[in-house]
Ligand binder design. Structure first.
Ligand SMILES: Cc1cc2nc3c(=O)[nH]c(=O)nc-3n(C[C@H](O)[C@H](O)[C@H](O)COP(=O)(O)OP(=O)(O)OC[C@H]3O[C@@H](n4cnc5c(N)ncnc54)[C@H](O)[C@@H]3O)c2cc1C
Ligand code: FES
Length: 272
C-alpha cells in the first residue's frame, strides 16, 4: 500500500509551488502536499528529502514522528522509513511510502514528481547463504523473508509455522476483527499469492521439533529433515495462562491466534 489520496483537503503548503528554503532548517520536518497526496519534507545533514507523509502500517502521521539521520520514525508504532528511498527499514510497516524528487534553487525548495529509487539495500555478500530456513511465520519471520528478497537475496527461503492458518498480523485479532467491524481478509499479513510471487516457500501446520546446528538441519514434528545454510528463529512467545483459581474456566479466553479470535466471537454470540 502506498500513501494515497484522501477525501479531505490536503494539509500544509502545495510543495510543488516551492517553499522558502530558510523555513526548513536542518533537522526539521514539514507537512505539505503534492496534488492530493500528503508529503513530508525533511532536511537532514544539509540534504532535503520528500517522501509520502502517511505511514503504510495504519496511517500514522510521519510529520509528527522523529527524524533520525536519513530516517523518520512513525509516532504511532515506531516503523522506520528511509528518507532517501521511502523504504520501510523497520517493522511494523511492510510497504514503502512514495519518494519525490526535490530541487532547491533561488532560495526555494520545490518538490517534483514521485520517483522509483533503486533499493539502497542491494548489496552483495561475499558468501551469501545458499538456503535460509525461518522458524515462525509471525510478523518477524514474514518481514525477514520479505526484506531478504528486497535486499536481493535470490536463494531458497522456507518458513515453517506450526499454525495451519496463513500468517496473520496479531494486533488485528484483538481490534476491529474481534469487534465484528472488519473482514477476515484484514487480519492477514499478506495476501495468499504474496509468498509464491516472492518465491518464499511457506510451510504451515508444521512444527519444528529439533534443530541440529552441527549438521545444519531442522527436524519437523513429522520427522522430516530440512537442511539450511542459515537459520532464523522467529518463534515469538505465547501468553502466560493465569495461575489463579478460575484461570482455566471455559469463560477465561486467551487470544493469540485467528482460531482464538473466532472462538471468542462464537462464545460471545452464545452468551459465554
Ligand atoms: C491479540 C494480540 C494483540 C496485539 N496487539 C498489539 C498492539 O496493538 N500493538 C503491538 O505493538 N503489539 C501487539 N501485539 C503483540 C504483537 O502481535 C507481537 O509482538 C508480534 O506478533 C510478535 O511477532 P513475532 O513474529 O515475533 O512472533 P509471533 O507473532 O508470536 O509469531 C511466532 C510464530 O512462530 C510460530 N512458532 C513458534 N514455535 C514454532 C515451532 N517450534 N515450529 C514452527 N512454528 C513455531 C508460532 O506458531 C507463531 O506463528 C498483540 C498480540 C496479540 C496476540
Ligand atoms: S501507524 Fe506507523 S507504525 Fe503503526
Amino acid at each position: 500500500m502506498m500513501s494515497g489520496s484522501s477525501d479531505q483537503a490536503p494539509a500544509g503548503p502545495d510543495l510543488t509551488a516551492g517553499i522558502d528554503a530558510s523555513s526548513l532548517v536542518d533537522g526539521a520536518m514539514l507537512l505539505g502536499h503534492v496534488g492530493n497526496d500528503p508529503v513530508l519534507l525533511a532536511r537532514s545533514a544539509g540534504t532535503v528529502y520528500a517522501i509520502g507523509a502517511t505511514c503504510t502500517h495504519y496511517g500514522g502521521p510521519l510529520a509528527e514522528g522523529l527524524l533520525v539521520g536519513d530516517t523518520v520514525r512513525c509516532p504511532w508504532h515506531h516503523a522506520c522509513f528511509s528518507l532517501k528511498t521511502g523504504e520501510p527499514l523497520r517493522a511494523p510497516a511492510l510497504d514503502r511510502v512514495a519518494c519525490y524528487r526535490v530541487e532547491e534553487s533561488g532560495g526555494k525548495i520545490f518538490t517534483r514528481e514521485s520517483v522509483e529509487p533503486p533499493s539502497v539495500f542491494l548489496r552483495t555478500l561475499s558468501s551469501p547463504p545458499t538456503s535460509i530456513v525461518i522458524i515462525g511465520a509471525g510478523a518477524a519471520g514474514v518481514a525477514a523473508a520479505e526484506m531478504l528478497r528486497r535486499c536481493g537475496y535470490a536463494g531458497p527461503i522456507k518458513i515453517f509455522d506450526q499454525l495451519d492458518t496463513a500468517p496473520v498480523d496479531r494486533p488485528n485479532l484483538s481490534k476491529d476483527y474481534l469487534a465484528g467491524t472488519a473482514e477476515e481478509a484484514w487480519v492477514y499479513l499478506r495476501p495468499d499469492d504474496f509468498y509464491t510471487s516472492h518465491n518464499i516457500e511457506l510451510v504451515s501446520g508444521q512444527r519444528i521439533a529439533r534443530i541440529d546446528t552441527k549438521a545444519r538441519n531442522v527436524v519437523t514434528a513429522d520427522g522430516a529433515t530440512v537442511k539450511f545454510s542459515a537459520l532464523l528463529l522467529a518463534t515469538g512467545s505465547s501468553p502466560i495462562h493465569l495461575p489463579i483459581p478460575g484461570g482455566d474456566l471455559p469463560s477465561a479466553h486467551y487470544l493469540r491466534t485467528l482460531d482464538d479470535s473466532k472462538a471468542i466471537i462464537a462464545a460471545a454470540q452464545n452468551g459465554n
